[in-house]
Write a protein that binds this ligand. Sequence first.
Ligand SMILES: Cc1cc2nc3c(=O)[nH]c(=O)nc-3n(C[C@H](O)[C@H](O)[C@H](O)COP(=O)(O)OP(=O)(O)OC[C@H]3O[C@@H](n4cnc5c(N)ncnc54)[C@H](O)[C@@H]3O)c2cc1C
Length: 148
Amino acid sequence: MLTAGTEGYDEETAVFNLAVAHHPAVVVGATSAADVSEAVRFAGRHGLNVAVLNTGHGPSVPATDDTLLITTRRMSDVAIDPERKTARVAAGVRFQQLVEAATAHGLAPLPGSSPGVGVIGYTLGGGVSSTMGRAYGWACDHVTAIEV
Ligand SMILES: Cc1cc2nc3c(=O)[nH]c(=O)nc-3n(C[C@H](O)[C@H](O)[C@H](O)COP(=O)(O)OP(=O)(O)OC[C@H]3O[C@@H](n4cnc5c(N)ncnc54)[C@H](O)[C@@H]3O)c2cc1C
């Protein structure tokens, strides 16, 4: 957990999309769902809003000094079930990692044009694949479960 002005704060709040600059009161580099739960409870106790950041590719609203920002990039587990043809994807996974894990089993996700984009942020926005979207539709329509 880092506050403004402490070492590592600028690196933790850095984003791909430089049009958005985040200045949260607190930033939490989550490594697990338990970290996320604890961060949300902390925000509740201290009257802070909660924002989430993975890669910062999205044009999200800047986190300000009334906000606790949770970064998810360290949550990078991917599990492929080749029989059910499903993937379980942690909050920080990017498409490059998912494509590599899926193709090892002769499977493919519905990725967008950038391997660096986060799977969750892309899917929350619908997720349209320029190469496979016409045949298979929106990525969000293939979601079977979400852990909140
Ligand atoms: C180079 C480039 C190419 C792209 N190509 C495509 C494309 O082909 N098809 C397409 O559909 N889109 C495309 N996009 C758009 C991209 O899907 C969105 O910008 C997406 O929101 C990026 O998600 P992210 O998690 O990487 O970014 P972030 O900015 O980290 O997150 C985006 C949004 O999702 C929210 N979010 C992320 N993770 C979570 C979570 N675990 N819980 C709750 N909220 C979360 C964030 O709060 C934020 O509002 C492209 C974007 C770029 C920059």
